[in-house]
Design a protein around this ligand. Structure first.
Ligand SMILES: Nc1ncnc2c1ncn2[C@@H]1O[C@H](COP(=O)(O)OP(=O)(O)OP(=O)(O)O)[C@@H](O)[C@H]1O
Ligand SMILES: [Mg+2]
Length: 115
């Protein structure tokens, strides 16, 4: 991939840590890589607590956390996803999320291939 290695490591580790923090009893995280012609699509999928649709539009904002009381117990600042988005956009790429409450969450982002 044509990308800053440390930045990409930061993106993937943020998404992995979230998938563990917001997991349920028997949590599982899957990381998939898809060959998309010009790009590589990376997806991080978990079967954790999920996020309800009302929160999706604000999820990548700085300091935004879905459930303040629950999040306080888990710990964190609410900065992780804003940093992730910033890094992906600095690479002129996109990140998106799809989620179902109680079922799980998938974050997907693209990076351009090295040629
Ligand atoms: N995989 C996930 N499953 C369910 N909820 C998630 C997931 N990832 C993020 N969230 C929700 O989105 C919010 C924002 O995530 P973000 O990574 O920006 O902050 P954080 O994890 O709370 O803190 P930080 O990453 O700064 O330690 C989280 O507080 C959580 O409510
Ligand atoms: Mg986080």
């Amino acid at each position: 991939m044509k990308a800053d290695k440390e930045s990409v490591q930061k993106v993937i580790s943020n998404l992995l840590v979230n998938s563990i923090k917001y997991s349920r009893q028997t949590g599982e995280t899957k990381v998939s890589f898809y060959d998309m012609d010009e790009n590589i699509l990376v997806e991080v999928t978990d079967n954790g607590i999920g996020i309800s649709q009302e929160h999706i539009p604000r999820l990548f904002e700085r300091f935004y956390r879905v459930d303040r009381s629950r999040s306080r117990d888990i710990g964190g600042t609410g900065l992780g996803l804003s940093i992730v988005k910033h890094i992906i956009e600095a690479h002129n790429q996109t990140i998106n999320v799809r989620s179902t409450l109680g079922i799980g969450t998938t974050f997907g982002f693209t990076l351009s291939k090295a040629r």
